[in-house]
Ligand binder design. Structure first.
Ligand code: SAH
Length: 522
């Protein structure tokens, strides 16, 4: 064995049941600092996004009852090997590492090899499945005890380690892990040993994920129900009177967008707000950044640079997007200035999000139009008598529509258009995107600006109109934030299915929820 001293450590981290938000803070902290991550099938791969880009990611598979990508012995050996290299190794395990997770076996090998370790608990799938299926596993009126049991014991055992005879009437609630294959045997043993055949039973598959599916029956019927519904592992069986409470408490599967798959096309920087809103409604979001935003080059910055030396001559500073605010202030700071330089000007913003962004620099807008468009902004300024003879500075995208400056100039204003940022289509993920669309499992695509749409088309790279329509077929609803984006979509011969009345991210999410209400919530 290698005798070189090592400072490495192996962390067995519970990944939680599926929902990537259910990892512990300690688990996330360790992932963010991992040099190697060894993960398996039940750990949500989204969690790997917490790991540093340069971390080595090792998939060790393990599907219950199916093909094992790697045997437990091989996994143990792998952990020891990585541990001996002196690295920080995170062993990410589904649920809790010590609940039917063979965590102890991995640790025994680490101890033998003298490798330091730590264990971080996780939310086990039994409690998550119960919670997300609307079943409290204990309840004062129904049960004061709960048993976690495996339905799949080590191969080769002749006698069961599970005392089904005693459990049958000894535990109020029984939660069975890995119990799908043996469900007929398990239910029979419980009934034979005195549990009522009418005892309610729920089976929950892929708990706490957008693929969650639950079915309910009784000890007598559940085997048939599961077969009919074709429920395959991974699933948990929850047995006991508490299952009845699901009728009242079930919430997760009732959210308006539960089970819906939505493509969110935004800049990576801006995706999170829409994604979190849609996820709260139960949707599964597939994020495809179609725009990469960056500052304009030095040559294009010249207009703004000149205006910055001359700010006192402007009456109004106009912001028509959040990015305009961000990149305007970036340049301002690069020039050694800060918000105080804007004191001579009044400020108008096109909408709430832009106004909120401005707030980050300690500034409040003097004007916010009722209609959140460039046109709405021009109308509001004209109505306020603030255009005739006034000078406007408009920092914005390199390529943008001219309605706002044209309307202001027509009304007697003077507008300096200063490009501060530009959109560039990002590369990659084209094949993945096309496969997703062809699979017919995408319900909605969102577009929050004309350029996200045009860049999306570039990314999709359809060879002709026929292929475009084949990819964006009728089953995929197109949701846009406002009329300008809608127009851009229609110009391509595509139809817009969802468009909110007000052009905000919240309204867009609400409009999608209103149109797509999943059947469960009717
Ligand atoms: N250590 C894990 C359990 C691993 S055993 C934990 O604490 O949850 C694997 C079994 O766990 C599966 O066969 C299934 O019964 C259950 N399981 C794990 N994740 C699940 C999920 N998201 N939904 C339903 N069952 C799950």
């Amino acid at each position: 064995m290698n005798n070189t001293p090592h400072k490495g450590k192996v962390y067995l981290v519970g990944a939680g049941p599926g929902d990537p938000n259910l990892i512990t803070l300690r688990g996330k902290f360790l992932l963010e600092r991992a040099e190697v991550v060894v993960y398996d099938y039940l750990a949500n791969s989204k969690l790997l996004n917490h790991a540093p880009a340069e971390a080595e990611l090792v998939y060790v598979g393990k599907k219950g009852g199916g093909l094992h990508a790697m045997s437990q012995e091989e996994i143990n050996r792998l952990l020891v090997e990585h541990g001996l290299t002196g690295k920080r190794v995170v062993r990410l395990k589904g649920g809790d590492p010590f609940i039917f997770g063979r965590g102890a076996e991995e640790i025994e090998e680490l101890v033998k090899a003298g490798i330091p370790f730590e264990v971080v608990p996780g939310v086990t799938s039994a409690t998550a499945a119960a919670t997300y299926a609307g079943i409290p596993i204990t309840h004062r009126d129904y049960t004061a005890s709960v048993a976690f049991v495996t339905g799949h014991e080590a191969p080769g055992k002749t006698e069961s380690n599970v005392a089904w005879d005693k459990l049958a009437t000894g535990a109020g609630t029984i939660v069975v892990y890995m119990g799908i294959k043996n469900l007929p045997v398990i239910t029979k043993k419980l009934i034979d040993n005195g549990r009522s055949p009418d005892t309610p039973v729920a089976v929950v598959r892929w708990a706490s994920t957008p693929q969650q599916r639950s079915v309910v029956g009784t000890l007598a019927t559940i085997t048939e129900v599961v077969a009919q519904a074709k429920i395959a592992p991974p699933a948990l069986v929850i047995i006991g009177e508490v299952v009845k409470l699901r009728e009242t408490i079930d919430w997760y599967e009732h959210r308006p967008l539960f089970g819906k798959r939505i493509i969110v096309t935004r800049t990576r920087e801006q995706a999170s707000e829409l994604v979190s809103k849609l996820e709260e409604y139960g949707a599964e979001c597939l994020e495809y950044p179609t725009i990469h935003i960056e500052a304009v080059g030095e040559a294009d910055s010249a207009v703004l640079d000149a205006a910055l030396t001359d700010l006192a001559t402007y009456n109004w500073l106009l912001f028509t997007s959040l990015n305009a605010v961000t990149y305007f202030f970036k340049r301002l700071q690069e020039k050694g200035l800060d918000s105080r330089a804007l004191a001579p000007c009044k400020i108008a913003v096109v909408g709430k999000a832009t106004g909120d962004e401005l707030g980050k620099y300690g500034l409040c807008a003097d004007l916010l139009p009722e209609k959140f468009t460039g046109e709405g902004l021009a109308e509001a300024l004209i109505a306020a008598g603030e255009v005739q003879g006034k000078r406007f500075l408009l920092p914005r995208a390199l390529k943008a529509m001219d309605i706002l400056p044209e309307m202001l100039e027509d009304a007697g204003g003077a507008v300096t258009v200063a490009p501060v940022y530009q959109n560039v289509p990002p590369q990659g993920r084209k094949d993945e995107l096309r496969t997703e669309l062809r699979s017919g499992t995408v319900d909605v695509i969102t577009f929050t600006s004309s350029s996200t749409f045009t860049n999306f088309l570039t990314m999709l790279d359809a060879k002709d109109e026929a292929e475009l329509h084949e990819l964006l077929h009728d089953k995929v609803k197109i949701a846009v934030i406002g009329p300008v984006t809608a127009e851009t979509v229609r110009k391509q011969g595509l139809k817009v299915d969802i468009q909110p009345e007000r052009y905000t991210i919240d309204d867009l999410a609400d409009a999608i929820a209103a149109q797509c209400r999943s059947k469960a919530s009717v």
